[in-house]
Design a binder for this molecule. Structure first.
Ligand SMILES: [Zn+2]
Length: 80
């Protein structure tokens, strides 16, 4: 199983799918900063070996291990 993160901009036609949390987050941050748009992103799937990436992203990445204080989860609402 691989990671699938969908990114969609509310203010333009930007719509991408990434196989990496870090790349998706970077792309979202970059677009929000450069375009000033509000970008939605949905984590469709997390790869089994995502713990390492999850550390980078501030989430655990394992089933049944929720982290409501995660900076990853907070990230999407920063600009609201
Ligand atoms: Zn946009």
């Amino acid at each position: 199983m691989e990671t699938v993160v969908r990114v969609r901009c509310r203010d333009c036609d930007l719509a991408e799918t990434y196989d990496s949390l870090r790349r998706a987050r970077t792309a979202v941050a970059d677009h929000e900063r450069t375009a000033g748009h509000l970008v939605d992103w949905d984590i469709e799937r997390l790869a089994a070996g995502v713990e390492r990436a999850g550390d980078d992203a501030g989430v655990c990445g394992r089933d049944g291990c929720e982290n409501p204080d995660s900076p990853l989860l907070d990230f999407g609402s920063d600009t609201e």
